[in-house]
Design a protein. Structure first.
Length: 277
C-alpha cells in the first residue's frame, strides 16, 4: 500500500489535502513531477504556497530534512519559484510544458520557413484537440515528418502515409496526415513564387506584428479579418486544414500577432525586442 502524503517526512495533513486536490497522492507522484512543478500546480489551484513547503518537498525527495538542504539547492529552488511567480497569461498555468512553450516560443516573431511549416503542421493536427495534446507529441511529429522539412514531406507517398497511420506517437487521422503532405507541396509552390514562405505570409500583417492590448483571455478573438484573408488565400493555393481559426492560432504562435495579455512579462519583452530591431 502506498504511504499517504502526511506520513512522508517534512509533510503534514494540510499539505496532503492540498496535494490530493491536484492529484498527487504518494511519494511516487511527487517524484514524477518534482517540487517546482508541485508548486506551480498548487499555485494554479489557488493555494498560498510558501517557499518553505517547496524546500520541504525537495528535502523529502532527497531523504533529508528541509533545513539540511544544501545552500546551492535552496538558491536554485528560490530562483525557480521567483520565475514561476512572474506575471503571465493565465492559459499555461499549472503545466510545465505549456508554461515553457508560453515563455519561450508563443508570440515570438518567426522568420524561418521550416518553423512556419512546423507550426502549420502542428496546428492542423490540433483541430478538435487540445494544444497540450499536440505539444506532448511534438517530438514524435518532428521524427515522423522528417524534421518538418517541406521538401522531404512533399515526397511522401502512399506507403509512407500508411506507415504514419500506424504510428502511435502522432494523431492517426488520415485527413490530417494527407493534408500535411498536400500542404508541403503547396508550401514549396509559395516558396518558389515569393522566394520564401516567410516573405509571403508576413504580407498579411504589413510586415510587422499586430500588437494588441488585451487585459483578459475573454477578449482574445478566435479569428480576425487578417486571419480570414490569409486563410482564404492559403485555401486558394491548395492548403488544407487552414481555416481562419487555425490560421489565427498560427499568427499568434509565430508572432505575427502579440496576444500576450498586457500584464504578462512576455508582452513587454517581445515588444521591446521588436522595437530594437
Amino acid at each position: 500500500m502506498r504511504a499517504g502524503i502526511a506520513r512522508l517526512p517534512n509533510l503534514g495533513p494540510v499539505t496532503e489535502r492540498w496535494l490530493t486536490a491536484i492529484g498527487v497522492r504518494s511519494r511516487r507522484d511527487l517524484e514524477a513531477i518534482g517540487a517546482i512543478n508541485a508548486y506551480r500546480l498548487l499555485k494554479g489551484h489557488g493555494y498560498r504556497v510558501s517557499l518553505n513547503l517547496v524546500y520541504a518537498i525537495e528535502a523529502m525527495l532527497r531523504d533529508t530534512r528541509w533545513d539540511r538542504l544544501p545552500a546551492r539547492v535552496k538558491v536554485q529552488l528560490k530562483t525557480a519559484v521567483a520565475d514561476a511567480n512572474r506575471p503571465r497569461c493565465e492559459w499555461p498555468t499549472g503545466n510545465a510544458l505549456m508554461q515553457r512553450y508560453h515563455d519561450e516560443e508563443w508570440g515570438v516573431p518567426v522568420h524561418n520557413d521550416r518553423k512556419h511549416f512546423e507550426f502549420l503542421t502542428l496546428e492542423g493536427a490540433q483541430a478538435g484537440l487540445s494544444w497540450l495534446t499536440i505539444l506532448k507529441k511534438r517530438e514524435n511529429y518532428r521524427e515522423a515528418f522528417a524534421g518538418f522539412d517541406p521538401r522531404k514531406v512533399a515526397r511522401f507517398d502512399k506507403r509512407k502515409i500508411r506507415a504514419l497511420l500506424a504510428n502511435p506517437g502522432i494523431v492517426r487521422n488520415r485527413l490530417k496526415i494527407e493534408s500535411t503532405v498536400t500542404n508541403a507541396r503547396a508550401f514549396l509552390a509559395v516558396q518558389k513564387e515569393f522566394g520564401s514562405f516567410d516573405r509571403y505570409i508576413w504580407r498579411f500583417v504589413g510586415g510587422r506584428p499586430i500588437v494588441n492590448r488585451w487585459t483578459s483571455l475573454k477578449q482574445l478573438p478566435a479569428s480576425t479579418k487578417e486571419s480570414g484573408a490569409l486563410s482564404a488565400d492559403l485555401k486558394r493555393r491548395g492548403f488544407r486544414f487552414v481555416g481562419s481559426t487555425i490560421i489565427y492560432a498560427h499568427m499568434q504562435a509565430t508572432g505575427m500577432v502579440n496576444d500576450h495579455l498586457v500584464h504578462c512579462y512576455r508582452y513587454r519583452e517581445i515588444n521591446a525586442r521588436h522595437r530594437r530591431k
